[in-house]
Design a protein around this ligand. Structure first.
Ligand code: URA
Length: 210
């Protein structure tokens, strides 16, 4: 079996990620960089989308031109930080259907608690791209994938910015059928469940909260 983890370590991605890690980077710049990186990550995540051909007329002659095949993609954001990756993807694939899953981490147990769920219809026949910038313990992502599978989703990919080895291990053990796309795998998680060296709390960095 091929590895379920793809590290998208393109120089542009790594450069932008380093700027995001820097604690002096202001929220507005952090959001802009996250939006830019989402486009670069999406390029790899969507690489194997199926194509079909339709005959079109160019100004020169007719040709069988490639177009995306099948049902429209479904993008699902884990609130709130997932929205930082979502907006760029929506620009890139404007016809995609969009779902949201609201989960927060209980500060003591680090377990995911669900508070919101809204998914598009016919999710069972759509490729689903789940997005959240940080794969830390893997609890939230795992819980989100459980909900997607309960709703019938069969083709799920997970796209994030930064991962901890602990989260990658936990997620691949729980959902080995879900490929993970990440820009980097950092050293470890600290006692508070933060990725080290990481970039801090992605939601706080995006929205200027604390
Ligand atoms: N969530 C974050 O936003 N940052 C971390 O380091 C871990 C989880």
């Amino acid at each position: 079996m091929t590895s379920p983890v793809t590290v998208i370590d393109h120089p542009l991605v790594l450069h932008k990620l380093s700027l995001m890690r820097d604690k002096t980077t202001p929220s507005a710049v952090f959001r802009k960089l996250l939006n830019e990186i989402s486009l670069l990550l999406a390029y790899e995540v969507l690489r194997d989308l199926p194509l079909t051909t339709r005959t079109i007329e160019t100004p020169i002659e007719s040709m069988d031109a490639p177009f995306l095949a099948g049902k429209k993609l479904c993008l699902v954001s884990i609130l709130r930080a997932g929205n930082g990756l979502l907006s760029g993807m929506m620009d890139l694939v404007p016809s995609a259907r969009v779902g949201h899953i609201g989960l927060y981490r209980d500060a003591k147990t680090l377990k995911a608690v669900e508070y919101y769920l809204k998914l598009p219809d016919e999710i069972e026949s759509r490729p689903v791209i789940l997005v959240d910038p940080m794969l830390a313990t893997g609890n939230s992502v795992s819980a989100a994938i459980d909900r997607l599978k309960e709703a019938g989703a069969k083709d799920i990919r997970f796209m994030c910015l930064l991962s901890a080895p602990e989260g990658v291990e936990a997620l691949t053990a729980k959902h080995p059928d879900v490929p993970i796309f990440t820009a980097a795998i950092d050293s470890h998680l600290n006692d508070h469940g933060y990725i080290v060296p990481g970039l801090g709390d992605a939601g706080d960095r995006m929205f200027g909260t604390k």
